[in-house]
Design a protein around this ligand. Structure first.
Ligand code: FE2
Length: 194
């Protein structure tokens, strides 16, 4: 996120809504010259104008600061299209059903992009009774560890949190088709289709 709203963000959001500078100015009771100054980096809106400006542009203040409007297209809430977010500062793990603007510890978090497991992040699945035993053979130190594993189908999610000094292993029932995710705090998110 920017530390303050930028002129480029105001212009982009205004043009997206098909508004002229004069139309935007009218809505928030400033002159069109003022809007023009903001958009050309010759001035910044007073902080008391952020809420009315965001409202006039049809976004939240956080979206205005971020410079983009977020629209969730996964309206059916299919969990297979879920997103994971991890805060790099406190390690908070968040999950959304679609696009969202997520922030933690003052940082706007990007949705993590999952990769196929590599040689250092391979998941092993063994059947044990009516469940599967899942293991990632990986360091589990405070500096470098597997933080969680999750199994997601279209309507269900199981998430298991791991901690340093423990083992990255758990038992889960992998029922149905879905994705198995695992996350390394240094190397990011991995996933495998089940
Ligand atoms: Fe790693």
């Amino acid at each position: 996120m920017n530390t303050y709203v930028t002129g480029a963000a105001i212009r982009q959001l205004r043009e997206k809504r098909g508004m002229t500078q004069a139309e935007l100015a009218d809505k928030i009771v400033v002159s069109s010259k003022t809007v023009s100054k903001w958009e050309t980096a010759k001035g910044l809106p007073d902080i008391t104008l952020l809420q009315p400006l965001a409202q006039a542009l049809g976004v939240s203040v956080i979206e205005l600061m971020n410079g983009e409007a977020i629209t969730n297209r996964n309206v059916s809430g299919n969990l297979m299209r879920c997103r994971f977010y991890v805060c790099p500062i406190c390690g908070n793990v968040m999950h959304t059903m679609g696009d969202a603007l997520v922030s933690c510890c003052g940082v706007t978090l990007p949705a993590l992009e999952a990769e196929e497991g590599d040689d250092d992040h391979t998941i092993t699945i063994e059947r044990v009774e009516d469940e599967q035993f899942l293991t990632v053979d990986h360091p589990m130190t405070k500096a470098h560890f597997i933080s969680f594993m999750a199994f997601v189908t279209c309507d269900r999610m199981q998430l298991v949190k791991f901690y340093p000094e423990g083992n990255a292993e758990t038992r889960m029932q992998l029922r149905g088709r879905g994705y198995l995710y695992w996350y390394c705090n240094r190397h990011g998110l991995f996933r495998r289709k089940i």
